[in-house]
Every structure is written in structure tokens, then in C-alpha cells.
Design a protein around this ligand. Structure first.
Ligand code: ZN
Length: 358
């Protein structure tokens, strides 16, 4: 297991307390602050739903994807988030996951790439040969479980088992193109799920809102020629993975909108970009289902991000997406974890997002 993880206390101890010691961050205080945010949100919302409002999916199995010592996309970051989600009230529906089939992976990936991932993992490689994605012996199985669980969440929403779901999965997915794993990503769970919905239900217009601090090049590439899948990305200009200078080089017929935010900018810039450009574009698109590629690395203090979002920024964005979903998509949202590499910051921002969806 990664040295960082061992330093933080190892598997046998409470990871949140251990992380508090290691990172010197008061996680318990963060949790308490979020209970206050949750109470405020709940008092502001009237419950009109006939079905449970929120489902959660998480699974300790995802911690078997071992990225090696000191890697930011660590099992520790996930374990802290999982344990925080486990601590949320029992009335929030917990959704089981499932393993994706090969044919489901091929809804967004080339067959030879799926086979390449399998062979790289089976040959004990420590990095995917297509790019900067660390792998271990369980990575193929973990990635399939993550994809399948997002599909199960999409089914649960379509079948009205629950209105919205947050899927805490790893590895992340939005940098994976049809034939190229990169940026810590193996399979593009959200892209596969969008095509899965279109195959199994009568949906036409699907939106993917990606607020990870990094541009989701994989998702954009997969849907570049698809006018019925609207890809809206808020990300930091100049950060990984390129295409960060806005959408000026893109034909207007493409349902893609890239909102590149300047390094160091915070909540005001993000919400202004949403309110003046992103939100109206999504409104005009009238999505019937909304996925969120929910990275939390735009939060202040992230080691891989240069934006300064607050937890409240994620709450505000979540509420805006929910309002659009209520208007056009019968409330249907599946939110899928992408990045977020300051463990305590990830927990704090993700809890704010989840509580806003309750
Ligand atoms: Zn990211």
C-alpha cells in the first residue's frame, strides 16, 4: 500500500483521525460545519418528491486500485470519503453496484483498448501503456465495478427507485477517450452511462456537466460529433489536459461548451460563468437526463488545482443543476466522482454536494 497511506495510519485504524494527524486538518470540524449547511439547505427546500430524493453508492472494493506510493489519486482519499458517506443518515438510500460487462464498456470504448487494459493489468504493469494512469493487479476489476455501478445508478434513476444518485467511484473517468486511458482514468464511466441510457431508454438529449478543475478531454472527444449529448465543462485555464482556452475553435453545431476559468479565481467567477453562459446554454438544450462529472479539485487547497472554490460553490452549482433537472429532466441526476486530491477538502466539498442533493 502507498507510503502516504501507511503514514496516515494504515488500514486497521480510523482513517479520518489518522488523516487529521497526517494532514493537520480538523476533519471532525468539517463534518460538523456540514451538518449546519445541510440543515439550512433542508429548511430551504420543500419536499415534493414521491420517490426517495437521493441515493448513494460507495464500495471499499474501489480501494483495491493501488496507484502506488505518494500518488494523489490514492486509496486513502477514497477511504476518507467513503467513511464520511457511511456516516450520513440511514434514510439516504444506499445503492448496490455491479460489474460492467465488456459489451457495456464498448458503448464508449474501442474493443482493442478494453483488451489492452486487461492485458496490461494481467501482465503486472504499473502504468497503462496509453498514458499517465497508474494500475495494479486489481485495477481492471475495480474499473469495471465503477462503470457498472454508474450504470446501475442510471437504471435506478430511470426506474424511479430514486431521484438522484451520487456515485463515489474510482478510478476517475473523464480523461479516458475511446482508445486512450490517461490522467488517472481507465474507463469513462459517464460517457458509457450516457450511451447506455440512450440504448436502453427512450432518452434523446443528455447533458454532462463537468466541474472537475481539469478539462474532461475524454468525454468531449467521445461526444464531439454527437449533437444530442451536451458536454459543459468548467475548468481551470491552462491546467491538464489542454483545450482550456474556451470554445472559440469549435464549430457552433457541436453541443460542447468549455468555460475556462482563470487560475486563482474563485466562487464569483465560477457562478458568473454559469449564470451568464453555461446555465443558459444548458437551459436551451433542455436535457432529459443530467450527469455530473463531479470533481472536487477546484476547491481551494487542492494540490492539483489552481482554483479557489469554497464548499458553498459546489452547493450553488448543485442547486443550479438540480433546478434545470427539475424543469426539463424530471429531476434525474447521476453525479459521479472524478478528481479531488486534498483528502479533507474532497470530503468537505463532496459532503456539501451530497447534502445539497438531499
Ligand atoms: Zn481533476
Amino acid at each position: 500500500m502507498a507510503a502516504l497511506f501507511e503514514q496516515a495510519g494504515g488500514r486497521s485504524k480510523d482513517p479520518i483521525s489518522a488523516a487529521e494527524r497526517h494532514f493537520d486538518i480538523p476533519v471532525a470540524g468539517v463534518l460538523s460545519r456540514h451538518r449546519q449547511i445541510q440543515e439550512r439547505i433542508q429548511s430551504a427546500q420543500s419536499s415534493q418528491a414521491d420517490i426517495p430524493a437521493l441515493g448513494l453508492h460507495y464500495n471499499a472494493f474501489y480501494e483495491h486500485h493501488d496507484t502506488g506510493s505518494g500518488h494523489p489519486e490514492s486509496a486513502l482519499r477514497y477511504r476518507m470519503l467513503r467513511q464520511a458517506l457511511e456516516g450520513l443518515p440511514a434514510e439516504i438510500l444506499r445503492l448496490p453496484g455491479r460489474r460492467a460487462s465488456t459489451s457495456e464498456v464498448l458503448l464508449a470504448h474501442e474493443a482493442y483498448y478494453q483488451d489492452l487494459v486487461y492485458r496490461d493489468v494481467e501482465s503486472f504493469a504499473d502504468i497503462l501503456r496509453t498514458g499517465d494512469t497508474a494500475i495494479s493487479i486489481d485495477s481492471y476489476d475495480v474499473a469495471l465495478e465503477a462503470t457498472g455501478s454508474v450504470l446501475a445508478a442510471a437504471d435506478a434513476v430511470m426506474q424511479q427507485t430514486v431521484k438522484r444518485v451520487f456515485c463515489a467511484v474510482r478510478p476517475p473517468g473523464h480523461h479516458a477517450t475511446a482508445d486512450h486511458g490517461m490522467g488517472f482514468c481507465i474507463f469513462n464511466h459517464v460517457a458509457i452511462a450516457a450511451n447506455y441510457l440512450r440504448k436502453h431508454y427512450t432518452l434523446k438529449r443528455i447533458a454532462i456537466v463537468d466541474w472537475d478543475v481539469h478539462f474532461g478531454n475524454g468525454t468531449e472527444a467521445i461526444f464531439a460529433e454527437d449533437p444530442n449529448t451536451f458536454y459543459l465543462s468548467l475548468h481551470e485555464s491552462g491546467n491538464y489536459s489542454g483545450n482550456s482556452d474556451g470554445d472559440t475553435d469549435r464549430p457552433p453545431s457541436q453541443a460542447t461548451l468549455n468555460l475556462a476559468l482563470p487560475e486563482g479565481s474563485g466562487s464569483d467567477e465560477a457562478l458568473t460563468a454559469w449564470d451568464t453562459t453555461g446555465g443558459p446554454a444548458l437551459e436551451a438544450f433542455k436535457p432529459e437526463f443530467i450527469f455530473i462529472s463531479a470533481g472536487f479539485d477546484a476547491r481551494k487547497g487542492d494540490p492539483l488545482g489552481g482554483l479557489n472554490w469554497e464548499d458553498e460553490t459546489f452547493v450553488e452549482l448543485t442547486q443550479r443543476v438540480m433546478a434545470l433537472a427539475e424543469k426539463h429532466a424530471e429531476g434525474r441526476i447521476v453525479s459521479v466522482l472524478e478528481g479531488g486530491y486534498n483528502p479533507a477538502g474532497l470530503v468537505s466539498a463532496a459532503l456539501a454536494h451530497v447534502q445539497a442533493m438531499r
